[in-house]
Design a binder for this molecule. Structure first.
Ligand code: AMP
Length: 541
């Protein structure tokens, strides 16, 4: 017997409509490249999105057509999120930090017809101006600026919508239709497209606002520092209006002073970003004792592992709690969170701080399995490791233009490429990317563990552990260290931080000091490039 309940498609437009009707008082703050803020409300955003949808329809944009954006977190970008998906087209957010070849590839692969560009990232577009795909009909500047010379029509977003009434009814789409497209960062090969649906986006937002995840309420002021081109700013542009929260969009200025000003002036209660952002903010705060939050915000971190020293610094000095989350472009991105549960509710702060290095457990809607080489579940002993596989309502079933991909198993699980351990509570700890583990004499060493421990040394700004050739053991760990400004640590003092915390045979054979470490377009250590740079380095036998 079937249930007797109504069914309505889960649509991205319904999120904005809800906020515009029931949370008219929440504020949208958008900072530009000079740090000047403009203010609006959810009804204003709905009105802007409706006009934009009308303008796109007038230009002949059809459902399913891909509309690209190259831009920072701004109100104009937010209106594009809702206009494009809401009218049934597909929002394709492009990361301006990708290499020109990668940008050319993904515009081509997506077959975008329009490209909306933030004037602040025009250089990224001009670098590929001669190689724009044939499908592209127009470039639209998100804000007024001198129009660049390009081989396609060039418009301005405000002017595009000027004649529209905003009197537009969001269409009732199939909830399984595509809403947005985001490419993986492509650290090994060319980026691949992940095509989210309305249904997956709405369910992901519902899961993310829960108390053990982002804990977003109508009283929150949420500031996604993670860019809107990095997995839809981790879904916050959908989660905030669903909760009725206010939204602060920080624009291109993401230095600690600019962010801190927004935290304080706008009363930000919740923010999310990659470890580099929070590490730099902590260092900046520490440089002047008068820099304190009037009211400590909650922070979420993910993208790469956050050293416990940073979590501890925020908690100890500033009373700021950091939630450690794990995710991927292919998982929309939320996969797991490390928040307390019954089994560790009464642990004291120091014990939970140490535990916060782990990436935690899935929230409802995502399922995990970790199998060993013979296909059996690994032991929950924090020692055995295996590749994490996931499935769920917002996990990719394939890639755009590559519907069947070896990343998805025959029985429907997505292979993450992340190697993890499990503990007695069932929480995961990422040991490494499968391709980055250091294989010493056939045994595995976790590069992430070595890096995070080294980052606990007060004079270490950044550390990377990579395998280098060894005549006997095949691979041994080399630790590359960027010193903090004005410090001069010795290799011995850095190794001393690791001693006793890892097995003796995990200890790096060498510490080398470097000026910088290469980062990917999403701000992660670029291991493939580092391995290339050090490939001729060989340790004595
Ligand atoms: P991306 O698709 O660019 O978001 O990258 C996803 C990858 O980032 C994952 O497969 C992990 O290797 C890594 N990652 C994400 N969050 C974390 C985390 N909290 N700790 C360690 N690695 C992470």
């Amino acid at each position: 017997m079937l249930g007797l309940m109504q069914e309505h498609p889960l649509l991205v437009s319904s999120i904005l409509r809800h906020a515009a009707r029931h949370h008219r008082g929440a504020k949208i703050v958008s900072a530009d490249a000079e740090g000047v803020v403009s203010r609006s409300t959810w009804p204003d955003v709905e009105q802007g999105a409706a006009k934009l949808a009308q303008a796109l329809i007038r230009r002949g944009v059809k459902p399913g057509e891909r509309i690209a954006t190259l831009g920072w977190n701004s109100r104009e970008h937010l209106e594009l999120y809702y206009a494009v998906s809401g009218m049934g087209a597909v929002l394709h957010t492009v990361n301006p930090r990708l290499f020109p070849d990668q940008i050319v590839h993904i515009l081509e692969d997506a077959g975008d017809t329009h490209l909306f560009v933030d004037p602040a990232v025009l250089p990224a577009l001009m670098a590929v101006a001669g190689r724009l795909p044939k499908s592209l009909r127009a470039v639209v500047l998100m804000r007024p600026a001198p129009l660049p010379d390009l081989p396609v029509e060039v418009l301005e977003q405000g002017a595009l919508c000027a004649a529209e009434s905003g009197d537009y009814g969001w269409p009732e789409l199939d909830e399984r239709s595509a809403s947005s497209l985001c490419y993986t960062s492509g650290t090994t090969g060319m980026p691949k497209g992940v095509l989210y649906s309305h249904r997956s986006t709405v369910l992901h937002a519902m899961a993310s606002i829960q108390p053990d995840v982002f804990a977003l309420s109508a009283l929150d002021v949420a500031m996604p520092v993670v860019p809107m081109f990095h997995v839809n700013a981790w879904g916050i542009p959908y989660a905030a209006p669903m909760a009725g929260a206010s939204l602060v969009l920080p624009g291109p200025k993401l230095d600690p002073a600019s962010l801190f000003r927004l935290f304080e002036e706008e009363g930000v209660t919740f923010s999310a970003g990659v470890p580099t952002i929070w590490t730099l903010l902590l260092q900046w705060l520490g440089a002047d004792p008068s820099r304190k939050f009037a009211k400590p915000p909650r922070l979420v971190v993910g993208g790469t592992a956050l050293p416990v020293s940073v979590t501890g610094g925020f908690l100890g000095e500033y009373g700021v709690n950091i939630l450690h989350a794990w995710g991927m472009t292919e998982i929309s991105p939320l996969g797991s969170v490390n928040s307390r549960k019954a089994e560790n509710a009464d642990w004291d702060a120091a014990r939970f701080l140490d535990y916060s290095r782990k990436q935690g457990r899935p929230q409802f809607g995502v399922d995990f399995r970790v199998l060993d080489g013979s296909g059996k579940p690994i032991a929950q002993d924090e020692v055995a490791f295996g590749e994490l596989e996931v499935r769920g309502h917002w996990v990719a079933a394939g890639y755009f233009n590559h519907e069947s991909d070896p990343a998805v198993t025959e029985d429907g699980w997505f292979r993450t490429g992340d190697v993890v351990t499990l503990d007695a509570l069932g929480e995961i700890e990422i040991v490494d990317r499968a391709k980055d583990v250091i294989k010493s004499g056939g045994e595995w060493i976790s590069s992430i563990t070595l890096e995070n421990l080294a980052m606990g040394h007060p004079d270490v700004a950044l550390a990377a552990a990579i395998p280098v050739h060894h005549p006997k053991w095949d691979e041994r760990p080399l630790l590359l260290v960027v010193r903090r400004d004005g410090t001069d640590p010795t290799p011995e003092s850095i190794l001393a931080v690791l001693e006793g915390k890892v097995a003796k045979w995990w200890m790096p054979d060498r510490v080398e000091f470097v000026e910088t470490l290469p980062l990917t377009a999403t701000g992660k250590l670029w291991k493939a490039e580092l391995k290339r740079q050090w490939k001729d380095f060989s340790l004595p036998g």
